[in-house]
Design a binder for this molecule. Structure first.
Ligand code: HEC
Length: 215
């Protein structure tokens, strides 16, 4: 599960008052917290699956009022143990006493209605909410996606079409390196080779025909 926590300075942080938001309507699939650490400073965080934590925390903070951020932390967190039990328990029988939300939030947004599930079903749903993805794996995939998206478009295409199964950037593999190719051929020649294939130009290498318009 991804999380973001800011250390912020704000006048709405009240010393000694910990707030935890767990609201299915306003913040489905995630929770948020405010933990005062004294003198108007506190830790404000959000966590959830498949949410943009950086946008979510900004929205959450905007909603709370004026603040200035002291420190920002983005990290994956593990959620298990008691909180899992809390979720299965709460899904079956949500009472204000069990809710982590502060009284004001409950008044404003209401309580989650009790859902007619048996304990085992609720346990399954709870498991699904927390275990659908291994949080570490999920985080890794997210990081890879971010890295891929930040590459130049052409490199993304080269990855997508498997060029790197034969080529490498700097060193020869099954095919000459992109560096070597760039030293031997012009853009036009390279383009033609990609479309029509190339043979015999580089000793002992043979490129298969490749047409981007064919799937
Ligand atoms: C199955 C292995 C293989 C794959 C996959 C492959 N290539 Fe090649 N590529 C080769 C070989 C082998 C050569 C050397 C051909 C020669 O000696 O003329 C080559 C040569 C080239 C050349 C050299 C052309 C020149 O005229 O100097 C270019 C450009 C090239 N590949 C681009 C690509 C791109 C882009 C992709 C992905 C869309 C790709 N290759 C995928 C094996 C491959």
């Amino acid at each position: 599960m991804l999380s973001a926590q800011y250390e912020v300075y704000a006048d709405w942080i009240i010393d000694g008052k910990v707030e935890v938001y767990f609201d299915q309507i306003k913040y489905p699939g995630f929770f948020a917290w405010v933990i005062p650490s004294g003198n108007g400073v506190g830790k404000v965080g959000v966590a959830g699956r498949e949410i943009n934590v950086s946008k979510t925390i900004t929205d959450f903070l905007k909603n709370k009022g004026k603040y200035s951020a002291v420190r920002k932390i983005f990290a994956p967190i593990w959620v298990k143990g008691p909180i899992k039990k809390f979720v299965s328990d709460y899904i079956i029988d949500p009472t204000p006493k069990k809710a982590y939300c502060d009284k004001k939030s409950i008044k404003k947004y209401g309580l989650m209605p009790p859902i007619q599930l048996n304990t085992q079903e609720a346990q399954e749903v709870a498991k699904y909410i927390y275990n659908k993805y291994n949080p570490k794996e999920f985080y890794k995939i997210q990081q890879e996606r971010i890295k891929f998206n930040s590459l130049p478009k052409a490199e993304q295409l080269a990855i997508k079409y498997g060029c790197f199964s034969c080529h490498q950037k700097e060193k020869p593999k099954l095919a000459p390196s992109f560096k070597t190719i760039s030293q031997r051929s012009s853009i036009q020649t390279i383009k033609n080779s990609i479309i029509n294939g190339s043979k015999g130009k580089y000793k002992n290498f043979k490129i298969p025909r490749y047409n981007p318009n064919e799937s």
